[in-house]
Design a protein around this ligand. Structure first.
Ligand SMILES: O=C(O)C(=O)C[C@]1(C(=O)O)C=C[C@@H](O)C=C1
Length: 363
């Protein structure tokens, strides 16, 4: 660099230093206001985590953002700023499907930021139980994957514990990687959770045909096994590779380019209204011709857009099904209220699992 440009950089850096001091001051001013809100909440029994408000803060800013910073930066900076402010009110305890650096862990960090205490739990049912016993404030559980469909263990637990609420949803782009500390031709066994193996089946059979596939409880557990056993590989996240010190032989080996998992944050309350919300329900209908059509007609006549519907075998009664659905709108919206009243009359049983802000697509 020439002396002139050296000086120019110095001047620009001095301006950055000045701005950073102002930003720091503003961040702390903002945090002090959040602390005041926290005091009012603790006096009135209010709930610390307000997902609708958090989403409102971020989407207001994204609407106003004129760049050059991209939305992903604004979102991640504000996620941590809000997370830090929230932790000044109380450090929330969050259970996720472990071990560390599983996709559930990534979803928990994406929703709550660093200002929480994250607790890895061994299986989905234990997450529901930890939330129900109030050992943790919230749990993060997978709901569905764009390639593999619903996560049966999660739906099964909603049937067992319909009193728990979905207070937020998180969408995570799932990229799989082949992790190994040996060469590709030396791999004898490949570990991962069943869904991840199935999402990469074509790639694996084409590129590592000599290896056998072995199912384990999570992608991170697979990475741990690779650390211990020679001639093995794992299908897991980039973060798991870094955490467990394993080389990434190939990135993005998923068969479908658009591979995404939707997670639910479960707690004991649902979320306020943002204007861009969804409501999730679980229902049973009479075993008679046309009863599902009657339900669907309720959505049609009230102009409510269905975003998900699943039929799920009911374990307590052979041949009977429970339906899960979510749709646009908040339980407080007039047309959703009307739809829910209609459902109440038509269904044998109806549980409202919660209203929550629609999660943004991952940038
Ligand atoms: O508005 C609130 O209720 C706050 O507590 C403030 C705040 C924020 O930092 O903006 C923090 C935590 C909540 O989850 C939502 C928003």
């Amino acid at each position: 660099m020439s002396r002139k440009s050296d000086e120019d950089v110095k001047k620009l850096r001095a301006q950055i230093d000045k701005l950073d001091q102002q930003i720091l001051e503003f961040m702390n001013k903002r945090a002090s206001l959040a602390m005041e809100i926290g005091k009012l909440k603790s006096e009135s029994g209010g709930i610390v985590f307000a997902p609708a408000r958090e989403e409102e803060v971020i989407s207001n800013l994204l609407e106003k953002n004129k760049g050059p910073l991209p939305p992903v930066t604004i979102r991640s900076v504000y996620r941590e700023l809000i997370s830090g402010s929230r932790s000044l009110q109380r450090v929330l305890k969050i259970a996720f499907l472990g071990p560390e650096y599983s996709f559930s862990h990534l979803a928990a960090m994406k929703q709550f930021g660093q200002g929480v205490e994250l607790m890895a739990v061994g299986n989905i049912s234990a997450i529901f139980e930890e939330v129900a016993r109030q050992h943790v404030d919230y749990g993060v559980v997978p709901l569905e994957n764009s390639t593999d469909g619903r996560i049966a263990d999660t739906l099964d637990m909603f049937v067992k514990m319909p009193e728990l609420k979905i207070c937020s949803e998180v969408r995570v782009r799932v990229h799989h990687n082949l992790l190994a500390n040996c060469e590709q031709t030396e791999i004898h066994r490949i570990y991962s959770k069943p869904q991840a193996l199935s999402q990469c089946r074509n790639w694996l059979s084409k590129n590592v045909p000599q290896a056998t596939l072995h199912e384990v409880t999570s992608t991170a557990a697979a990475a741990q096994l690779v650390q211990q056993q020679p001639n093995t590989a794992a299908v897991a996240s980039r973060e798991a590779a870094v955490r467990y010190g394993i080389r990434i032989l190939y990135s993005n080996i998923e068969d479908s380019q658009h591979n995404e998992t939707r997670f639910a944050v479960i707690g004991t309350h649902d979320s306020g209204r943002t204007g861009k919300d969804k409501t999730a329900i679980m229902f049973q209908i009479p075993h008679s011709p046309g009863s599902l059509a009657d339900i669907l007609n309720l959505f049609k006549s009230n102009k409510v857009n269905l975003t998900w519907i699943e039929s799920f075998p009911f374990r307590d009664a052979k041949g009977e099904y429970i339906f899960f659905a979510d749709f646009e709108g908040h339980a407080e919206d007039a047309k959703v209220k009307k739809t829910l009243q209609g459902l109440e009359k038509t269904c044998d049983k109806l549980s409202i699992l919660g209203s929550f802000p629609i999660a943004p697509l991952e940038e």
